[in-house]
Design a protein around this ligand. Structure first.
Ligand code: TXA
Ligand code: MG
Length: 339
């Protein structure tokens, strides 16, 4: 299949992308978190085609993307807590899981009776969804297992020839996927995936300490509540180890390793002598680290002269929890503490 490369700066090309989506085509598009691979969520076939293009297991459900939170009512059973979260965080990088209505095919939800909904704040994503006039099912636009795409070139590298079009925009501002929260019975909340809407922000919005799915922080064989959290993910092809170490212990360790890549902070650069070094940015800016993480993992993946990647352990606070979570998943929870 020939993949159309569309320019999001041209309104006629956004219209073209919306038309392809309405007709059942697959179109990748930028959002504020990562690029998504969109299909019409009301067509069971579109979901099948998304799974096939990504090589994604069919039990891993898709998020449906809406132009406004009010539309959620048509596709899922909402509640006052949903509207409280919508008021605080939508449009924006938050996905909420609620019981689904019949119009959403089970192929979209991986057979589950719940559906994930999100209202992106990115102006191009918003315009595209509004023009398509249907809910858009969209996972991240990467091959399954690869780091999520934060630039159009990542999408093209993974999916060229497999999808109908890529709507090209700028690099995604946030850089890690949306926060996912489950609204359970009695409207209790559980954090299933950390993101730019932080645990602290969610607790402040609802006024109590919400639960956290253990799959975020622990390697265990229990089934995570978000099926996608169970896969080794975001990973370059070589092994990744996260080092929990003070500055000098970190430098001494990585500088003694042959043929390795190092993922560290801007402040570390003068002290690291490894073959390949990628900076996540300022050690005090979790936002910068989130923005760069997947781009760095892809850059290291492309290096054929290294056999191992060592990364500094991010701070687990605020957006840092999302960076930590993606990195330890890329490492398959291989964390080494150095004293
Ligand atoms: O920022 C984002 O959320 C991006 C952009 C494109 O919007 N999308 C994204 O989709 O990250 P994806 O498919 O890569 O991740 C969706 C996650 C998976 O871990 C999946 O298991 C979980 O959401 N999920 C979807 N529906 C669910 C449901 N009904 N119950 C539990 N988890 C669900
Ligand atoms: Mg994904």
């Amino acid at each position: 299949m020939k993949t159309e490369i569309l320019d999001s700066a041209a309104p006629s090309q956004i219209t073209r992308a919306a038309e392809l989506l309405r007709q059942g085509g697959l179109v990748a598009f930028p959002t504020e978190t990562v690029y998504g691979l969109g299909g019409n969520a009301l067509l069971p076939d579109a979901a099948q085609r998304i799974y096939a293009a990504k090589g994604r297991p069919q039990d891993n459900p898709l998020i449906i993307h809406l132009a406004t939170p009010q539309e959620a009512e048509q596709y899922c059973v909402t509640c006052p807590t949903f509207y409280r979260l919508a008021q605080a965080f939508m449009p924006g990088p938050l996905t909420v899981i609620l019981p689904k209505r019949d119009c959403i095919p089970k192929s979209v939800t991986g057979g589950l009776s719940t559906v994930a909904v999100r209202v992106p704040s990115h102006p191009i994503a918003h315009q595209l969804i509004a023009l398509a006039g249907v809910p858009i099912a969209a996972p991240s636009a990467n091959l399954s297992g690869k780091p999520s795409p934060t630039r159009a070139e990542h999408v093209i590298a993974d999916l060229d020839g497999k999808i109908d079009a890529v709507l090209v925009g700028d690099a995604c501002e946030i850089g890690v996927e949306s926060t996912i929260v489950l609204i359970g019975q009695d409207e209790t909340l559980t954090l299933l995936r950390p993101g730019a809407v932080t645990y602290e922000m969610l607790c402040a919005a609802v006024g109590y300490e919400i639960a956290v799915d253990a799959a975020i922080t622990e390697k265990n064989d229990k089934r995570p509540l978000a099926p996608g959290m169970k896969y080794r993910h975001y990973a370059p092809h070589m092994p990744v180890t996260v080092l929990d170490a003070a500055d000098h212990a970190f430098y001494a360790y990585v500088n003694a390793q042959p043929d390795c890549g190092v993922l560290c902070y801007e402040q570390d650069l003068p002290y690291v002598t490894a073959k390949r070094v990628c900076s996540l940015g300022d050690s005090n800016s979790a936002q910068q680290q989130a923005h760069r993480l997947f781009d760095c993992l892809r850059a290291l993946d492309a290096c054929d002269d290294i056999t191992h990647v060592f990364a500094r352990m991010p701070k687990k606070e605020q957006v840092g929890l999302a960076v930590w979570n993606r990195l330890v998943k890329a490492a398959g929870f291989d964390i080494v503490q150095l004293s």
